[in-house]
Ligand binder design. Structure first.
Ligand code: SF4
Length: 689
């Protein structure tokens, strides 16, 4: 970047891409961000990845930013510029009209997991207090909702148990399941790789030859959708090798006898057949993990984005409890969350059954506390989950929707299904930075603000609450909390305008796990840029780096007896290949932010499909050929990348790109508990164009 040190100012903040939560300075010259400079944050310790280095500010200052509200002209059908007053009046009028006609549960709101905790808290407050519905959700519904549920059921708290530094500094063995960590969470990936270089053993459980798999002591290249069978077989192997921690199981858990009986049928030979892995490798991996003193399990969306995602998460808890590897350093069950603040979005109550801090809306005592604080009566029944809302839009149960910073047309499974649902709405509002494919369908589009224009906090994957701070202002935009407050007031719910610090004080007053967290404390010398990890119940509490020490949040940890079930859609004669989807290093999710950086687009800006050499040969497809990929739901044209990275019969695509987006193909079959779509397995046919 072209600047001299004396020409610039530095604003310490948190990277807005993934949930690693890297700390850096935005370098500001003449009112524009010109660079980022890595800081010594607790999760990045001076490191940044390519997105943090070069993909974090072009989008902020992009000429594509929305800077005026847009309202659809009913006569012409076009979105036209409008004043803030007119647009907000129109939003409130229409939500009031729909609620008046068909009740509060005929509207819904989706929160932005890229935005600040303070924004998300106010969005869910708007849904509950002003709209009168619990139909509020966030994009965890399409990624880590099984983590929140699966870990809460087994351990009592749905979050990473240990810290990034703890699981990468001194582990004897690291086991990574369904986590392409060097592309999806690169700075944690760098620390895992460094641990391996220092001598930690590595077990990788993943259907692809991801880069770090080449450094693994054991790579179980399992068939997509078979995680539960793998985990049950792994646990059986632990037990048969005498590596179950009997004292831990007896003192701290319940349900082991039934669990041990259930896994008995998962012999290594049977699991090898289901998972397409080597039986001896499975046993060797279990023994390597079981004999280690410090052995964290790290997992990601390869576990959760299945119709059996919650069972997959619970089965990893089973392994860690069986081996006594919870509640102490260098161990635990560690989901690596996706979006920068998706942990915070769940913590802030942007979920249909929970107020902030996972306090249940159905619990009368909890509800009374919020009713008292907010001065309004609140709905008791849990709302619809976001993925359920699409069906409800199609059949007319949901008629009005407020989407804050989400682009489900690009990111949700089965694009045709999502499009037809959004087009069925009576009234759609989108608050976003850009005119996304979803915003193009809206009746009103409101220009929101990015992380670089606001005060607030993000909560990273290790439950660490860290500050974001404004570096620039984009003319025409308004703070998102201002937008929600204006709508609440127009709908008849009196809500004063609050600063971000005041909002966090309100969160703390109502949320035990955030009770000791404030901007004042985060900015003070005591915390000194290290953030605070919840649970942090009081203003003098230091926060909690390692959870479940001495006892689980739920009391005793409980073993789950989840059996393996096949994926919803398996290959057949017409669609003979399995398709998985995922991310690449240099782009993030819907690309709304990273596609505004030329350097990142130069590395790659269009979709592709990874095909195994044998399949490609049988199809007459060469590397670089254009191919047609079809599923039961849609068809796209993309580019073949031929290699042995995937196994025969298996394919993989990124879902970032508008051109040839994988979500035209993916299956919206939902997990029973959390309603997460099965992004990681659907059946496709590939042919040369
Ligand atoms: Fe940003 Fe994640 Fe990269 Fe860190 S690892 S710089 S948080 S994208």
């Amino acid at each position: 970047a072209d600047y001299r040190s004396w020409e610039v100012g530095y604003v310490r903040t948190t990277c807005p891409h993934c949930a690693t939560g890297c700390q850096y300075d935005l370098v500001v010259k003449d009112g524009r961000i010109v660079d980022t400079r890595a800081a010594d944050g607790p999760s990045n310790r001076g490191r940044l990845c390519v997105k943090g280095r070069s993909g974090s500010f072009d989008f902020v200052q992009s000429s594509d930013r929305l800077t005026t509200p847009l309202v659809r002209n009913r006569a012409t059908g076009e979105l036209e510029p409008a004043s803030w007053e007119a647009a907000l009046d129109y939003v409130a009028e229409n939500f009031k009209r729909i609620i008046g006609e068909t009740g509060p549960d005929s509207v819904a709101a989706f929160a932005c997991s890229r935005s600040a905790n303070e924004d998300i808290y106010m969005l869910q407050k708007m849904a509950r207090a002003a709209f009168g519905t619990n139909n509020v959700d966030n994009c965890a519904r399409v990624c880590h909702a099984p983590t929140v549920a699966g870990l809460a059921i087994t351990l009592g708290s749905g979050a990473m148990t240990n810290t990034i530094a703890d699981i990468t500094d001194t582990p004897d063995v690291i086991m990574m399941v369904g986590s392409n960590i060097e592309e999806a969470h690169p700075v944690i990936g760098m620390q895992v790789r460094a641990a391996v270089e220092r001598g930690s053993k590595l077990i990788v459980v993943d259907p692809r030859d991801i880069r770090i798999a080449s450094r693994a002591d054991i790579h179980l290249k399992l068939r997509p959708g078979t995680n539960v069978a793998f985990a049950n077989g792994f646990a059986r192997a632990l037990i048969h090798a005498g590596l179950a921690d009997k004292a831990f199981i007896e003192e701290r858990t319940e349900g082991f006898a039934a669990f041990a009986a259930m896994v008995e049928s998962y012999t290594s030979e049977r699991v090898a057949e289901i998972c397409h892995i080597d039986a001896d490798d499975l046993v060797a991996a279990a023994e390597l993990y079981g004999r280690a003193d410090r052995a964290p399990i790290i997992y990601c969306l390869g576990v959760t984005e299945h119709s059996t995602g919650t069972e997959g998460v619970m089965s990893l808890s089973n392994i860690a409890m069986c081996a006594g590897k919870l509640g102490r350093p260098g161990c635990g069950v560690n989901p690596i969350r996706g979006q920068n603040n998706v942990q915070g979005a769940c913590d802030m109550g942007a979920t249909p059954a929970d107020f902030p801090g996972y306090q249940k809306v159905a619990n009368a005592e909890v509800r009374a506390k919020f009713e008292n604080a907010w001065g309004v009566s609140l709905p008791e029944a849990p709302g619809l989950m976001a993925t359920e809302c699409f069906g409800a839009m199609k059949d007319g149960r949901i008629r009005g929707l407020f989407i804050f910073g989400e682009d489900p047309v690009r990111t949700d499974a089965d694009t045709n299904h999502v499009l037809s649902a959004l087009r069925s709405l009576d009234f759609l509002v989108v608050d976003d930075l850009f005119l996304t494919e979803t915003a193009e369908l809206a009746d009103v589009v409101l220009p929101g603000r990015s992380y670089a224009e606001k005060e607030g906090t993000f909560t990273n994957t290790e439950r660490r609450v860290q500050r974001i701070r404004p570096a620039v202002e984009i003319e025409g935009t308004r703070p998102d909390t201002w937008i929600f407050t204006e709508i609440m007031n127009r709908m008849g719910y009196a809500q004063p305008h609050l600063s971000a610090a005041e909002i966090m004080d309100e969160v703390a007053s109502l949320t035990p796990s955030y009770g000791g967290i404030s901007h004042e404390r985060l900015d003070g010398a005591e915390v000194a840029g290290r953030g605070l990890q919840w649970p942090c119940p009081t203003p003098d509490a230091p926060g909690t780096p390692i959870m479940h020490v001495g006892g689980f949040t739920r009391g005793r940890g409980t073993f789950s007896d989840a059996e393996y079930r096949a994926s919803d859609e398996l290959p057949c004669e017409e669609f003979p290949l399995v398709l998985m989807t995922g991310r690449v290093l240099h782009h993030y999710n819907a690309c709304a932010m990273t596609s505004r950086t030329e350097g990142l687009n130069a590395i790659g800006d269009s979709s592709f499909i990874e095909l195994n050499d044998a399949d490609a040969a049988a199809l007459g497809v060469a590397d670089g050929d254009a191919v047609r990929v079809a599923s039961r739901r849609g068809e796209i044209v993309t580019t073949a990348r031929v290699s042995a990275k995937t196994s025969p019969g298996e394919t993989w695509m990124p879902f970032h790109f508008q051109d040839g987006n994988a979500n035209w193909l993916t299956n919206a079959a939902l997990d029973d508990v959390c309603k997460v779509p099965e992004y990681k397995v659907c059946a496709v046919a590939v042919s040369r164009v």
